[in-house]
Unconditional design. Structure first.
Ligand code: KG4
Ligand code: ZN
Length: 333
C-alpha cells in the first residue's frame, strides 16, 4: 500500500499532499499573494515565500492525512520545469526528508503530473488517452499510453494559452493572474461581438503571439476613438478573447483525436479551470462521441496532489531517483 508525500514548488504555489494507494488523503496549498502587486510572478520572492511556507504546508498535509511522517514509503517532488530558485526549495526539502527518513525519492515532471491529475478519482480515462494540457507556461497535446509513457503530439511555438489569457488581461488593465478574471467577465459577455484572427499553424502545434498582437492593436485603435471603450465593453471583449483562445485549443484537439482515433480525451492545467473551455470541451465530446475527463478544480491549477499521484505510479514502476538528482528549470520528461 504505497503511501507518498509529495511536494510542489515550481512556481508561486507551495503545495504538499499525501496519497495512499492512489487515493489523495490531503492536498494543502499556500498561494503567494505577494506577486499580485507586481503584475506577474517575481522569482526571488517566490523562492523566499516557498522557504517560509514549505514546512508548515508539509506539516498540515501530514496532519490532514492523519498519518505520521514515518508512514510514508517515498517522497515525491517537482523536479522540472519551473522557476529554478522555486524548484530548488522543494527539491532540497524532499532530498533532506528522503535522507533523514531513509525513504526513496521520486522526481516528478510537472507537465506529466498535470496530465495524470486525470487519474485522481473516478471514472478514469482508459489508455491510450489524449490530454490537452494548458497552463501558464505550457500548451501541449499529449498522448498518454500508460502513466509513465507520454509523448507530446503538439505544443505551442511561442506563448502558452495561460499567457494568452494573462497578457490579454494585462492589456485590459486587469491584475495578475488575469485568466480567472477574463473567465468571470466573459460569463456576462457576448463572444460574437469582436472577432480576433485565428492563427494558421499546420499540424498539432499552437501559436498565440499573433493573437496577443492583434488584441493590442485592436485596443489601441478603439481607445483612441473612445477612452472609455474597455470599461464599457469589458464583458464582451473578455468573452470574445476567451472564445478565440478556446477555439484555437479545441480545433487542434479535434485534429489530434481524428489523427490518432483515440476517444478518451482529457484536459488539464490551470486553464482547464476555465468555465468556457470546460463547457465547450464537454460539448465537443458529446458531438464527436468522446469520453471526456476534466480534473476537479483543485487539481487543475498547480497543486501537490498531482505530484503525489504521479509519484504513486512512478513508485509502482520502480522509477526512483538518487540523492544526486537536481532541480531543472526546463527538462523534457
Ligand atoms: O497550471 P497552472 O496553475 O500553473 C502553471 O503550471 O503555469 O496555470 C496557471 C495559468 C495562469 O495563466 C492562469 O491565468 C490560468 O492558468 N488560469 C485560468 C483560469 N484559472 C487559471 N485561465 C483562464 N480561466 C481560468 N478560470
Ligand atoms: Zn502547472
Amino acid at each position: 500500500m504505497p503511501t507518498i508525500l509529495a511536494i510542489e514548488t515550481s512556481c508561486d504555489e507551495t503545495g504538499a499532499a499525501v496519497c495512499r494507494e492512489g487515493k489523495i488523503l490531503s492536498n494543502v496549498i499556500a498561494t503567494q499573494k505577494i506577486h499580485e502587486q507586481y503584475g506577474g510572478v517575481v522569482p526571488e520572492l517566490a523562492s523566499r515565500a516557498h522557504m517560509q511556507n514549505i514546512v508548515p504546508v508539509a506539516d498540515a498535509a501530514l496532519k490532514k492525512s492523519t498519518l505520521e511522517i514515518q508512514n510514508m514509503d517515498a517522497i515525491a517532488f517537482t523536479q522540472s520545469p519551473g522557476l529554478i530558485g522555486a524548484l530548488l526549495v522543494g527539491t532540497q526539502f524532499a532530498k533532506s526528508l528522503s535522507l533523514a527518513l531513509d525513504k526513496p525519492l521520486i522526481a516528478v515532471h510537472h507537465m506529466q503530473a498535470h496530465v495524470l491529475a486525470n487519474l485522481i478519482g473516478s471514472p478514469k480515462p482508459s489508455f491510450p488517452f489524449l490530454c490537452l494540457t494548458v497552463s501558464g507556461g505550457h500548451t501541449q497535446i499529449v498522448q498518454c499510453d500508460s502513466p509513465t509513457e507520454l509523448k507530446i503530439l503538439g505544443e505551442t511555438m511561442d506563448d502558452a494559452a495561460g499567457e494568452a489569457f494573462d497578457k490579454s488581461a494585462k492589456l485590459l488593465g486587469l491584475p495578475y493572474p488575469g485568466g480567472p478574471l477574463i473567465d468571470k467577465y466573459a460569463a456576462s459577455g457576448n463572444p460574437e461581438t469582436f472577432h480576433f484572427p485565428e492563427p494558421q499553424i499546420p499540424g498539432l502545434d499552437f501559436s498565440f503571439s499573433g493573437l496577443k498582437t492583434s488584441i493590442l492593436y485592436f485596443l489601441q485603435d478603439k481607445t483612441k476613438e473612445d477612452p472609455g471603450f474597455i470599461n464599457k465593453h469589458l464583458n464582451d471583449i473578455c468573452a470574445s478573447i476567451q472564445h478565440r483562445i478556446i477555439g484555437i485549443l479545441l480545433q487542434k484537439l479535434k485534429r489530434a483525436a481524428i489523427k490518432t482515433g483515440i476517444k478518451d480525451i482529457c484536459i488539464a492545467g490551470g486553464v482547464s479551470a476555465n468555465s468556457g473551455l470546460r463547457k465547450a470541451f464537454r460539448e465537443m465530446g458529446t458531438k464527436y462521441k468522446w469520453n471526456t475527463f476534466i480534473p476537479a478544480f483543485e487539481y487543475c491549477t498547480d497543486n501537490a496532489a498531482m505530484i503525489a499521484i504521479t509519484g504513486y505510479y512512478k513508485y509502482l514502476s520502480g522509477e526512483f531517483s538518487g540523492l544526486s538528482v537536481s532541480a531543472s528549470a526546463r527538462a523534457k520528461w
